[in-house]
Design a protein around this ligand. Sequence first.
Ligand SMILES: *[C@@H]1O[C@H](CO)[C@@H](O)[C@H](O)[C@H]1NC(C)=O
Ligand SMILES: *[C@@H]1O[C@H](CO)[C@@H](O)[C@H](O)[C@H]1NC(C)=O
Length: 269
Amino acid sequence: MLSLFSLLCFYGAAASLANCTFGKELLLMGPPLLKAKTAVKGPVPPPPCTCPPSHRTSSLRTIADKLNAGGVCGVPTDTVYALAASCKHPEAIEMIYRIKDRPQEKPICIFISNLDQLRAATPPFSPLLWEFMEHVYPGGIGCIVKKGQWLKKLGVGAGYDRVGTRDSIMIRVPDQTVTVHLIDMTGPLAITSANPSGETDSTHHDMVITRLGHKLEGVLCDGESSEMVASTVVNCTTIDAEGITILREGCVPAAKVMQIFEKVKNQMV
Ligand SMILES: *[C@@H]1O[C@H](CO)[C@@H](O)[C@H](O)[C@H]1NC(C)=O
Ligand SMILES: *[C@@H]1O[C@H](CO)[C@@H](O)[C@H](O)[C@H]1NC(C)=O
């Protein structure tokens, strides 16, 4: 047995040595039993648009520059991924419609980084509405308010009819560091979910890139979405007369929103 085994070893060693020395199989070797895994994938196709990682400041600058130049980009939010356009570029807001085909089903809303961006546009909000907003932002709550000329001061010029509904608009301050930091660089952003009309929400940047990447200037890659559930939408258009109504219960429970409202209202009197 032992001599048979040693013969086998000797043959293997000799064959290998011969092959290495002469660069060809002088002694018959047969195919290798174990093959080292080599990464022989073809060249990875380049992404259809700029797709920088969100943890870098330079990435935020890249995406902010594209938005400020009138481009449409995919961005993470505190819920699912969204398409963003600068409010200063109505033509970019128009472009969102072409990219999504039919976004009327979910009206375009406005994301701000903090209430000061909104105060700068001097909307005719009541003290109660301001106070309510102070309490619900930042977070997964969107407040629907009446549209008005103040939107033009945010920059929404020709895009006025294209954001929100005919006479109302939803405003949100996302509870997401990356998104807020980006909006600090760009000013208010017009936002809608990053999915082709009628399809599911994008919960990962790869979904945005594969489905819409070829139509976008860039996608800010932040991995998995932080929430799979959409935001809670609150109708604040008649907050002073009739109070608020919950239009859609999302990641924040309706009861909690009502609780905040009651607390704020009682503080005001
Ligand atoms: C023999 O040598 C060549 C090149 O030196 C190498 O590519 C090949 O894998 C070797 N064959 C075996 C069975 O080791
Ligand atoms: C908000 O509430 C008011 C008063 O109830 C209503 O007229 C308006 O249509 C509501 N807005 C939305 C977007 O549902």
